[in-house]
Ligand binder design. Structure first.
Ligand code: NAG
Ligand code: NAG
Ligand code: NAG
Ligand code: NAG
Ligand code: NAG
Length: 448
């Protein structure tokens, strides 16, 4: 079953040939199931979802700097931004974040180019937009990852959209490599739909062809609310499904807000002994306090848009950040105590001479309707089915729509512990992963 040796070190060589980049900060690479700094120390995300303004929060350098002071106080080392304008100048903000050791995970799509669950398609217009964002942000050493989609699949019957997510990842990875860009990890941010677990997660990482799988997977999960525990929240099931996952996995949104105040006790589990060997950390939803009430800080009292141009939905989106109490302090005190050392890259290499790859989920009518042996959609392809008039709408995203609170989260958090998963339980055959390390910069894993 094992294919013959066919390694390529070309991407590694190209990685060393980049034009001068901005920001004196070590880059992050995905190796096997973990992220590493250049010095071989494992990188765990302590992240914040940061979307002050709908179009792009990374163009107002003074504002970035004011926010960075408070983010550093929290102990953050990552932000997630859902929407950027690839034609704007991001040097000021990106350099300021780099100086603070804060990395960016950025979504490549817009409302008009995002991959849709209903009548899914993947075309040149979408790819061009994704390319523009990558072109802009690849120049910054503190760009740590990009998302090809956020919550594209939001219902149990949404599996037909999964190949389109993967087609986007395939094409943006090919573009990244063709341009000779650094191997910035390409991933996906999933809605927490118990019925799709573990099929979606495994499908996106199971290809034996590295060009046709994600570099990382992440989950928007609001399962842990108030007084809860590893078992009661369902995190034990998340861990069960992710154990031995072959690529990095982390929480791309978390932080249930009912009941208030938020205690962020889940962070102890994520960064603790049960999960930190599998998970690479968490991004807290979100920085700014707005209607959905997930903010860690605010910029003053709600005001009318008529009096201030940087007000939207009644919330001021610029100024001096003031911590929301006690939530901000609660998160800060958790993160201050949570510093898993993880594994050192050189040791990880030796320990993981072989890792078992995940099995591709089998086609299962009514549960996971994707044949793992069919080729991925080509650029320009649209999914066709007789009765594709489903009324389900694609998920919203960004500062007001994503997040927590939506129907997705509340419905799935209750279902989590009782999820019916219909994936096949075919015996896993093991594939060997070989770690191939470059001389200096970075490293990557290849399936043999
Ligand atoms: C490696 O680099 C990171 C980021 O700069 C730093 O936090 C860590 O302490 C370094 N590890 C070692 C062993 O020097
Ligand atoms: C691709 O799809 C988008 C909608 O997602 C549409 O606006 C655009 O016109 C399509 N482009 C092509 C080339 O078909
Ligand atoms: C791997 O996938 C890429 C992108 O789809 C394709 O061009 C290449 O031929 C595939 N390689 C193998 C060995 O199948
Ligand atoms: C995955 O998690 C679900 C609950 O969401 C659980 O029912 C199932 O047994 C788990 N599957 C595996 C393979 O761990
Ligand atoms: C998928 O399920 C949703 C409800 O979760 C429903 O509204 C929609 O019609 C279904 N779509 C199809 C194609 O069955």
């Amino acid at each position: 079953m094992l294919s013959s040796l066919a390694l390529s070190a070309v991407p590694l060589l190209l990685a060393g040939l980049q034009a001068a980049t901005v920001g004196a900060v070590p880059t992050i690479s995905a190796v096997g199931s973990k992220f590493f700094y250049e010095n071989g120390t494992q990188y765990y995300l302590k992240g914040i979802a940061y979307q002050l303004t709908p179009n792009d929060p990374l163009i107002d350098t003074a504002q970035c700097k004011r926010d960075i002071v408070r983010m550093s106080e929290l102990g953050a080392n990552a932000i997630r931004v859902y929407h950027v304008d690839p034609n704007a100048d991001h040097k000021g903000c990106m350099t300021a974040f780099a100086d603070a050791g804060i990395y960016l995970f950025v979504d490549l799509d817009t409302f008009t180019t995002q991959i849709e669950q209903t009548s899914p398609h993947w075309n040149e217009t979408q790819l061009d937009r994704f390319k523009e964002v990558l072109d802009e942000f690849q120049q910054f050493d503190n760009t740590a990852g990009v998302f090809v989609g956020n919550e594209v699949l939001t219902t149990a019957n949404g599996s037909h959209a999964a190949p389109y997510v993967l087609a986007a990842a395939r094409d943006i990875k090919a573009y990244r490599n063709q341009k000779g860009y650094r191997e910035i990890p390409v991933g996906y941010s999933a809605a927490d739909i118990a019925d799709l677990r573990p099929m979606l997660q495994n499908y996106l990482a199971c290809s034996k062809n590295e060009s046709e799988r994600l570099d990382f997977y992440s989950l928007n999960a609001y399962e842990w609310c108030g007084q809860s525990s590893y078992e009661v929240s369902g995190y034990n099931m998340l861990q069960k499904n992710a154990t031995d996952y072959p690529i990095p996995i982390f929480f791309s949104e978390t932080g249930c807000n009912t009941p208030a105040p938020r205690t962020f006790d889940d962070q102890d589990s994520i960064f603790g002994s049960k999960m930190s060997g599998t998970w690479s950390g968490a991004i807290i939803y979100e920085w700014i306090e707005e209607t959905n009430d997930y903010g860690l800080i605010n910029y003053g009292p709600s005001v009318s848009a008529a009096t201030n141009t940087i007000v939207e939905d009644g919330f001021t989106r610029q100024g001096t950040p003031t911590p929301v109490s006690p939530d901000f302090a609660n998160l800060k005190s958790h993160w201050a105590t949570l510093n898993p050392t993880g594994v050192v890259l050189s040791i990880y290499k030796k320990e993981t001479g072989s890792i078992s790859a995940v099995e591709c989920p089998a086609y299962t009518s009514g549960a996971w309707e994707v044949d793992p042996s069919s080729p991925l959609p080509t650029l320009g392809q649209t999914y066709k089915e007789e009765s594709s008039k489903g009324a389900s709408t694609a998920s919203g995203k960004g500062s007001t729509a994503s997040g927590g609170g939506g129907a997705t989260s509340s419905s799935t958090k209750n279902a989590a512990s009782a999820a019916g998963v219909h994936g096949s339980s075919a015996p896993a055959h093991l594939l060997t992963i070989s770690m191939v390390l470059s001389a200096g910069v970075g490293a990557l894993a290849l399936w043999l």
